[in-house]
Design a protein around this ligand. Structure first.
Ligand code: SF4
Ligand code: SF4
Length: 304
């Protein structure tokens, strides 16, 4: 199963849940943990892996051959991100806005555009016991998180359980990280801010057609509105973690919850089993594995 752990709001304890799940499951089996919070990856603070492999991620940025260009403006017209402009017989490229989609070079009528790779970050692989960690890291100053997330997700294993730590919010990097999951666990806190951001996150996962459930962290600090919302929306609350200074203290020292308070291990294993029963069935067209199987099937058909 591919389980993504997300939260509309930052600071709700998403990484605490993702790492605790991975550590609890890794007692019996191999687990893959993908840190797709590439702007601020922090899973490894808790997992403490030995990084064995690291490689750069590039996106293709257009380069114009002025000798071939007739300044027709087609490239600027097709760019959905305003990353290229044609002004006074000059083609201006804004690399920070470029998504490396290739549309401008593909559609240039004069074949005046080539592409050159621009490094935007790295992907690292490491191991810690039964956990294989793959993390993306966006270079400071770079803006394009989705290509790094896609690169991290290329490593998804079809032989182990996969847990994805998603960045907070509901923007493009979140969609990129969540899509293809069999289930999305939404971590929230019982406050008006938590509820507001949870409802936005629910809209995203529903738009993607992914089943979801909620973990309420720091229960006891707010009101009962999150439970009320989940009840009305028919979203299961799968785990409640009380406000406990011991948990906060362990977290601040980089000690995972299940290591600091071992009785939580069993609860996380049970949580995962419950999620498995609610998740997209294996092979469903919604799941990344389903998509991959479908792709493999198609290529097999094409080659036969
Ligand atoms: S589409 Fe090609 S020829 Fe037209 S302005 Fe852009 S680079 Fe120049
Ligand atoms: S590669 Fe895509 S995003 Fe970048 S300038 Fe060309 S059309 Fe725009």
């Amino acid at each position: 199963m591919i389980l993504s752990v997300a939260s509309g709001k930052g600071g709700t304890g998403k990484t605490l849940i993702a790492t605790s799940l991975a550590l609890a499951l890794s007692e019996k089996d191999k687990v893959q943990l993908l840190d797709c919070d590439v702007e601020e990856p922090n899973v490894d603070i808790f997992i403490r892996s030995n990084v064995t492999q690291s490689y750069p991620v590039f996106i293709p940025i257009p380069k114009v051959d002025e000798a071939k260009c007739n300044y027709c403006g087609k490239c600027a017209e097709v760019c959905a991100y305003n990353a290229i402009a044609v002004v006074n017989k000059k083609v201006l490229i804004f690399p920070d806005l470029c998504h490396g989609c290739g549309a401008c070079s593909y559609l240039c009528p004069e074949s005046a555009i080539t592409e050159e790779g621009q490094e935007i970050g790295i992907v690292e692989k490491g191991n810690s016991g039964n956990i294989e960690l793959i993390q993306g890291r966006l270079t400071i100053g770079q803006l394009m998180a989705p290509p790094i997330i896609r690169e991290v997700k290329k490593h998804v294993s079809f032989k182990t359980e996969v847990i994805i730590d998603v960045s907070p919010g509901t923007s493009c990097p979140v969609v990129e990280a969540i899509k293809g999951s069999d289930f999305c666990l939404l971590v929230t806190e019982p406050t008006p801010f938590g509820l507001n951001d949870l409802s936005l996150a629910v809209e995203v996962v529903r738009e993607l057609g992914i089943p979801c459930g909620v973990v309420i962290n720091r229960a006891g600090i707010g009101d009962g509105k999150v439970e009320e919302y989940c009840g009305k929306q028919n979203i299961p609350v799968l785990l409640t973690i009380p406000l406990d200074t011991r948990i906060a203290s362990f977290y601040s020292r980089g000690v995972p919850l299940v290591n600091g308070i071992p009785e939580w291990r069993g609860r996380f294993v049970k949580l995962f089993e419950e999620i498995k029963q609610k998740a997209t069935l294996p092979g469903s067209p919604l799941s990344l594995r389903g998509l991959s199987r479908a792709k493999r099937g198609n290529s097999a058909k094409q080659s036969s």
